[in-house]
Design a protein around this ligand. Structure first.
Ligand code: BMA
Length: 320
C-alpha cells in the first residue's frame, strides 16, 4: 500500500534560521596567546557598533572574558587583552576565582548602564552561582556587583527594561527539574518573587534541560526570548535552540513556545569539538530590518552566527 504524504503531514521548512556563510565567525585562531576555544558570547549593538564579550579558554583551563569589536556584526576583532578582573575587590576574590570561574557572559543595557551577568563556579568549583558585573561604555573596566543567586543556578538573563518599576530576570536553577524561572528585583542585587515560567516538559524538542539564552527582545507581540534545550541522544546530550514569547507587562505569562527547534547541531563545527552536538546562545540582536542575529557557541569551541526574521520567530512561538 502506498501512503500519500501531504504538505499537512510533512513540513516544508526545516529550521527557520540561516547560518552565515562566514561561519564560524570567530575561532581561537583569531585570538593572541594560548587561547584554545572561543565560544558562548554576549553581544550588544550600541551607537551602530557591535560589542561582544566572548568566553575564551586557554590550555590551562583558564577562562577569560574577551571583548571583540565590530562595525558590521559579522567581522569581530578581539582586543589585545582579555578584560581585567576586579582583583582589588575582596569579596570577588573570596568567592570567585579570578581566572577559572566565570562563564557565559550576557550583556544588557539598563538605565544607560551596561551590565554583564555571568555564571560562576564558586567554593572551589563545588557549585555554581550567578554574578553581576557593571562595565563602562568603552567596555574596558569591570566592576563586580556581587553574587545574585543561591547555588545551584545558571543562565541569568536580565530584561533590557524595567517592568512596572522593577528589574526582571530569567534563570535556570540546576535542580532536578531544569526549568526556566522568572524573578524581580528593586536594585538588581536582591531578587525575589520567584516563579517558574516554563517547564522542560513544555518544550517538545528537549527532554533533559531547558534554559534562557540571550537577553529578551522587546517586540510589539511580547518579549521574544531565545532559549536552549537539551535532549539525550543515546549517550550524548544534544543542545538546540528555540524561542518563547512572554507578555510585555507580565512576563510570567507565556504567550507561546516554539514547538520545534529553530537551530540544531548539523554542521561539522557544531557536531565536533570539545562538547559535541552543541549550539548554545547568550547573545542576539534585532536589526532595524527585522532580522534577528543569533550568535551561538558551536560545540563549545567556536562561535557561529545564524539569522532569522523576527516575523518567523514570532510565528514559530504563536502558531507552530
Ligand atoms: C551548559 C553550559 C554552557 C555550555 C553547554 C554545553 O551547561 O555549561 O556553557 O555551552 O552546557 O556544553
Amino acid at each position: 500500500m502506498t501512503t500519500t504524504i501531504t504538505s499537512n503531514t510533512l513540513r516544508q521548512k526545516k529550521y527557520i534560521t540561516h547560518r552565515h556563510p562566514n561561519n564560524p565567525i570567530l575561532t581561537a585562531a583569531d585570538f593572541p596567546n594560548d587561547i584554545v576555544t572561543a565560544f558562548n558570547a554576549g553581544v550588544i549593538k550600541h551607537n551602530d557598533q557591535y560589542f561582544m564579550v566572548c568566553r575564551t579558554e586557554d590550555s590551562a583551563l583558564g577562562r577569560y572574558m574577551w571583548v571583540c569589536d565590530s562595525t558590521d556584526g559579522i567581522n569581530f576583532t578581539p582586543r589585545p587583552e582579555p578584560l581585567r578582573m576586579p582583583t582589588h575587590d575582596p569579596v570577588f576574590m573570596k568567592y570567585v576565582h579570578p581566572t577559572k570561574s566565570y562563564w557565559d557572559p550576557r550583556i544588557v543595557r539598563l538605565d544607560n548602564t551596561f551590565y554583564i551577568t555571568h555564571a560562576a563556579d564558586v567554593t572551589n568549583g563545588q557549585t555554581c552561582q550567578l554574578g553581576l558585573f557593571k562595565i563602562d561604555d568603552d567596555f574596558n573596566q569591570l566592576d563586580w556587583l556581587g553574587l545574585i543567586s543561591l547555588p545551584d543556578n545558571r543562565n541569568a538573563v536580565l530584561f533590557p527594561d524595567k517592568i512596572g518599576g522593577a528589574y526582571y530576570r530569567l534563570d535556570r536553577p540546576n535542580d532536578n527539574s531544569f526549568d526556566i524561572w522568572l524573578s524581580s528585583s528593586p536594585d538588581l542585587i536582591h531578587w525575589g518573587n520567584h516563579r517558574r515560567v516554563i517547564a522542560k516538559k513544555d518544550v517538545f524538542w528537549s527532554d533533559q534541560k531547558i534554559g534562557p539564552g540571550s537577553v529578551p527582545i522587546k517586540t510589539p507581540h511580547g518579549w521574544l526570548c531565545i532559549i536552549h534545550g537539551v535532549r539525550r541522544q543515546c549517550t550524548d546530550q544534544v543542545y538546540s535552540l528555540g524561542a518563547m514569547l512572554l507578555d510585555l507587562d507580565d512576563p510570567s505569562k507565556v504567550l507561546g513556545i516554539s514547538q520545534r527547534a529553530i537551530l540544531a547541531p548539523e554542521t561539522t563545527y557544531e557536531l565536533i569539538g570539545q562538547s559535541p552536538s552543541v549550539v548554545f546562545t547568550n547573545g542576539s540582536i534585532l536589526e532595524p530590518d527585522g532580522t534577528v542575529r543569533i550568535y551561538y557557541g558551536a560545540a563549545d569551541t567556536v562561535l557561529g552566527l545564524a539569522t532569522a526574521s523576527l516575523d518567523d520567530l514570532i510565528h514559530a512561538c504563536l502558531y507552530e
